[in-house]
Write a protein that binds this ligand. Structure first.
Ligand code: NAD
Length: 488
């Protein structure tokens, strides 16, 4: 990895109006090193605490989060620019994953396996893994940490978090909620360094990824970042859990319920101002309904309430910063050069020149160009047409990312085809509900350049533990596997 300079200070600005919120001191290389050391020592104590007792810490964290939901949600709105219900929704997601993890703390089940040898038994047992580094993106400044931390903590791991340099205050506030939970748990029972936060930029994330004391690096962000982290982690062959860029598609079939489709498209494409990894970026519409659907979407887009995310009724808040706005402008110019017809996409003045609000863009494209295959983190929805379902699925798959997808159809055969092995190649495939806004109960993540990681529900907990196959001989002879003879 290229040696990067360590930040001295991180400046938090609100995307709502560009106001300076606070400056936060960044961690130095030595401070990060110290925190990793403390996390490694904490792990050695925490792994011996019974898992249901570890679950109690996470249960208390969920209680504190319930108490502080309003305040933390408001901070997410202030620092990341999400509308009020989405800021609160993120905290709700933290609460949900805490509840899930508490139940799981009594269900870290292994297997019993039939042995081929007499008087032997084989079991598969799950042990704590080690210190887990969690690198997160700006667009989920609190929930993604919780997805990882709640599971890692009940699994017996220590956690060390490198939040986005765009949302350092959210991270500080979340750490305070964990500290509060630890005090209620009994501080003496929480080893020093069990959870820590490292403030910094790419260099801090790189240091965590490269340090041999870290057992797993769970990184959420762009594919570019994931490739750098994977290369760094590969030097010590440590485990990675990568949650990277997306390029979600929705297929609107001839039988689709158009009312439902319009609602799903709007939420998925413009919610969080197009700054979700699962944001709908490609609408693949059957030629028979394309005119009707696009006409309805154009009308819906033209009346979308773009504005201050704190104001009741706003559905589209600001982009995170000027870079995001410039990237959107550049993409729309390229789309026009590629023959696209752009509706919307212009800047909207809400709170002055230091903030960047846009009307979401709907772009009718003649084909799926390289531009369409590239994730631009802004509310741009490309519309493509198709004739046969096979063509639509081929378009859906013809991108490097593989996170989320959906089909709107009332035809059972089409729905099943979409869900089959020859259908969507994404980690998430939905029928008659949009690609954005997953529940915590399912495993979350995607294939190809999305990184292959799975977080949150289902059996994602296994990523935070190590599996040990144990063979016990309770007999008085020593038979070898596969009938091998080795008598000495
Ligand atoms: P980003 O990649 O710029 O930054 C993400 C995090 O990685 C930050 O904490 C950053 O400091 C760190 N980082 C950057 N370069 C690094 C390096 N070389 N080594 C170590 N750490 C490094 O992403 P962003 O702009 O904050 O977020 C938007 C991106 O995140 C989009 O691509 C989006 O799709 C993706 N994302 C994915 C998921 C998912 O679950 N798949 C969820 C949220 C966001």
């Amino acid at each position: 990895m290229v040696a990067l300079e360590y930040w001295a200070v991180i400046v938090s600005r609100s995307p709502i109006d560009g106001a300076l919120l606070r400056e936060v001191a960044a961690d130095t290389l030595a401070q990060i090193d110290e925190k990793i050391g403390a996390a490694a020592r904490a792990f050695e104590a925490w792994r011996n605490v019974p898992a249901p007792r570890r679950g109690e810490l996470v249960r208390l964290w969920g209680v504190v989060l319930r108490e502080e939901k309003e305040a933390l949600g408001a901070l997410v709105t202030r620092e990341a620019g999400k509308i009020v219900s989405e800021g609160l929704g993120e905290v709700q997601e933290m609460i949900d994953i805490c509840d899930f993890a508490v139940g799981l703390s009594r269900q870290l089940y292994g297997l019993t396996i039939a042995s081929e040898r007499p008087q032997h038994h084989l079991v598969e047992r799950w042990h704590p893994l080690g210190p887990v580094a969690i690198i997160t993106a700006f667009n989920f400044p609190v929930a993604v940490f919780a997805w990882n931390a709640a599971l890692a903590l009940i699994c017996g791991d220590s956690v060390i978090w490198k939040p986005s340099e765009k949302t350092p205050l959210c991270a500080q506030a979340v750490m305070e909620t964990l500290k509060k939970a630890a005090r209620r748990f009994g501080e003496r029972d929480v080893p020093e360094g069990l959870f820590a936060c490292v403030q910094g930029g790419a260099e801090a994330g790189g240091q965590l990824a490269g340090d041999p004391r870290i057992a797993l690096v769970s990184a959420t962000g762009s594919t570019r970042m994931g490739k750098a982290v994977a290369a760094e982690a590969a030097k010590t062959l440590k485990r990675t859990l990568l949650e990277l860029g997306g390029n979600a598609a929705l297929i609107a079939a001839p039988s689709a319920d158009l009312d439902m489709t319009v609602r799903a498209v709007c939420f998925s494409a413009v919610g969080t101002a197009g700054q979700r990894c699962t944001t709908l970026r490609r609408l693949i519409v059957h030629e028979d309904i394309v005119d009707a659907l696009v006409a309805r979407l154009k009308a819906a887009y033209a009346s979308l309430p773009v504005g201050d995310p704190r104001v009741d009724g706003t559905l589209v808040g600001p982009l995170i910063d000027e870079d995001a706005f410039r990237a959107m402008e550049t993409a729309l110019a390229a789309a026009r050069r590629d023959g696209g017809v752009v509706h919307g996409g212009e800047r909207v003045d809400v709170n002055g020149a230091a903030s960047f609000y846009v009307r979401p863009a709907l772009v009718e494209m003649p084909a799926q160009t390289d531009l369409v295959r590239t994730e631009v983190f802004a509310p741009i929805l490309y519309v493509l047409r198709y004739k046969t379902l096979d063509d639509a699925i081929a378009l859906l798959r013809d991108v490097r990312q593989g996170l989320s997808s959906a089909i709107f159809t009332t035809d059972l055969r089409e729905a099943e085809m979409f869900l089959s092995a020859a259908g969507s190649d994404c980690g998430i495939a939905n029928v008659n509900t949009g690609p954005s806004g997953a529940e915590i109960g399912g495993a979350f993540g995607g294939e190809k350049e999305t990184g292959g990681g799975r977080e949150s529900g289902s059996d994602a907990w296994k990523a935070y533990m190590r599996r040990q196959t144990q063979t016990v001989n309770y007999g008085t002879s020593l038979p070898l596997a596969q009938g091998v003879k080795f008598d000495v």
